[in-house]
Unconditional design. Structure first.
Length: 178
């Protein structure tokens, strides 16, 4: 990762302020830190433009999914935290995993402007064919042009498995609770 984060909050300090429920993924205040904090209430707020829950502690705003790692494991995640099911506010421990940026990109939703219905497959108008491609280590790898959409999709699926993409990569919707 490009620049290293410096997060000073300790697990002990966090546990003095908040309780975490691994089954629901919700932090609850156990100690009031200001007039805005009510003991027993859910901690944090969702940042609408990003969809992630943030929790303010001691003047610093933390992403709740990163706080979960500190709370459960005792240390901050060194890399990114992936929400396996794609739901950015589902902070259950079972739904989170520490990943590199490259791994995180392998568990993305289908883009809103996708016309083929499958990630990595697009219509190439000048060739009048479907194009199949995959991003590997930041580089686009061309997989071929196809007259048939199903062939283009099948080639892309094989490449996804070969390059260890997450099974949820390219999903169209958030996966509900398991």
């Amino acid at each position: 990762m490009g620049k290293e984060r410096v997060e000073k909050l300790t697990q002990e300090e966090l546990k003095e302020l908040l309780s975490y429920d691994e089954e629901t993924g919700v932090f609850t205040w156990i100690k009031s830190t200001s007039s805005n904090v009510t003991v027993g209430s859910a901690a944090g707020y969702v940042v609408e433009c990003y969809g992630y829950r943030r929790v303010g502690i001691g003047g610093t705003k933390y992403l709740a999914h990163r706080l979960v790692f500190l709370y459960v494991s005792g240390s901050w995640p060194r890399n990114q935290v992936d929400h396996i099911n794609g739901n950015r506010v589902d902070n259950r421990w079972s739904n989170l995993r520490e990943v590199t940026n490259s791994e995180n990109q392998r568990n993305r939703r289908l883009g809103g402007n996708n016309k083929s219905g499958f990630v990595g497959v697009s219509w190439d108008k000048p060739r009048d064919k479907w194009r199949s491609q995959i991003m590997v280590d930041g580089k686009s790898v061309h997989l071929g042009y196809f007259h048939d959409l199903e062939n283009a999709i099948q080639v892309r699926k094989v490449a996804s498995v070969k390059h260890n993409f997450h099974q949820n990569h390219g999903r169209q919707e958030v996966i509900k609770d398991e």
